[in-house]
Design a protein around this ligand. Structure first.
Ligand SMILES: Cc1ncc(COP(=O)(O)O)c(C=O)c1O
Length: 387
């Protein structure tokens, strides 16, 4: 039975084009050389192995596209999200340049997954770690960060407020901020974070049987989307796939920015179940890349994400059951929404020949919330595999 279509907003980026060159400025942010270095370092960490790329033939038939490849980050380094590649890599880079790792303190603001990665890196490489979380971060997420020995501090306000508290506290104490977002005067570390994310993109591109025609990418500050778009542009040039971002309606700063043609913040409590995407300001580094190589952004209601989580947990015939968290499915939900709306479908060039790539960027990183939304826990969902 077809499910009810959900409302969404679509903003096309008038400045983007497939023929836009990969500029020297962009190559100074993300590059083949930087990716090779990240692959060498991250590939040497204990437990490294590429995450699986699932082919969802049942879902692609249901949506009316040729194929859907789903890069499943739920198992990444046992941390449950792709973020394990970014923050921890930036910590490694800071400590490689330090005389005495034990004298270093790293810090960041987080809505969960990034802080977990930074705390894990600090524990792995032996430095101190202080993590700032905002009012809406769940106790479960807090505990997962504290489990790596980090000092976790709660701050009033939303994510963007916690970024400012982390920056000010670090300045007063001589700590290293390991942020996943960039702002004027703070670019080096988030560049390393994004370079770490490119490892995920390269694993996926290497495993695909044919280049994708479209990549749908959920965006918070846009670091992940920019990293994937950057590698797509460098690898395929003018034949790169269409790049479509997807965000929660309550935190649609990429839709606003593409509409205005410039970085444009959105304000408010940014309240959404998609905790990792609850960002009101784009990363300036991500903007430098996506302003040319990001074609569109879509804003979706929370219900679209919840529905897609349940759909992946109880899949169409032939597809594997997938454990995908609240922030993992916005890309796929955007594809679903676009396929039900003729105007959007045409504007994005979607049809029966489309080969889609999405990144399932987290598993059940908040197990209690996952159970509440899906009705079962991750173990029960996975137990269906092969059954
Ligand atoms: C699971 C998940 N997916 C996607 C994102 C978005 O990444 P970015 O903020 O780099 O856009 C996040 C950010 O925290 C996340 O946790």
């Amino acid at each position: 039975m077809p499910e009810r279509a959900l409302p969404f907003r679509l903003a096309l980026n008038a400045e983007a084009s497939r023929t836009a060159p990969w500029s020297a400025e962009q190559d100074a942010i993300l590059s083949d050389k930087g990716l090779a270095a990240a692959r060498a370092v991250i590939g040497g960490w204990p437990g490294y192995r590429p995450t699986p790329l699932a082919s969802l033939s049942g879902l692609s038939a249901a949506f009316g596209v040729r194929s859907i490849a789903y890069k499943d980050e739920a198992s990444r380094f046992g941390l449950g999200s792709f973020k394990a590649l970014g923050g921890a890599y930036a910590v490694a880079r800071i400590l490689a340049a330090a005389d005495d790792p034990a004298a270093v303190t790293v810090t960041c603001a987080t809505d969960g997954n990034h802080g977990r990665s930074v705390a894990w890196g600090a524990a792995m490489f032996g430095c101190r770690c202080v993590i700032f979380i905002h009012a809406a971060v769940s106790e479960g997420r807090k505990a997962a960060i504290a489990a790596f020995g980090a000092d976790v501090r709660r701050t009033p306000g939303n994510y963007d407020d916690s970024v400012r508290v982390a920056a000010a506290t670090a300045k007063a104490n001589g700590w290293h901020v390991v942020s996943d977002t960039s702002y004027p005067g703070y670019m080096t570390v988030p560049k390393d974070v994004m370079q770490g994310y490119e490892v995920m993109a390269s694993e996926a591109f290497d495993a695909l049987p044919a280049p994708p025609t479209h990549i749908f990418l959920q965006a918070g500050v846009g670091g992940m989307a920019a990293a994937v778009a950057a590698l797509a542009k460098r690898r395929w040039g003018p034949a790169r796939p269409a790049i479509v971002l997807s965000e929660p309606e309550a935190a649609a700063c990429w839709v606003a920015s593409f509409e205005q043609g410039a970085p444009t913040p959105v304000t408010g409590d940014l309240d959404t179940i998609m905790a990792g995407l609850a960002c009101g300001e784009v990363s300036l580094l991500a903007w430098s890349i996506l302003k040319d190589h990001g074609d569109a952004a879509m804003a979706l209601p929370d219900a679209a994400a919840a529905r897609m989580m349940r759909r992946l947990a109880a899949p169409a015939r032939g597809d594997p059951p997938l454990v995908a968290g609240e922030s993992a499915v916005a890309g796929l939900a955007a594809l679903e929404a676009a396929m039900t709306a003729p105007d959007a479908k045409a504007a994005l060039g979607l049809g029966p020949a489309s080969r889609i790539l999405v990144f399932g960027t987290e598993g059940d990183t908040d197990p209690a919330l996952y159970r509440e939304i899906v009705g079962r826990d991750a173990a029960a969902v996975r137990a269906q595999a092969g059954g």
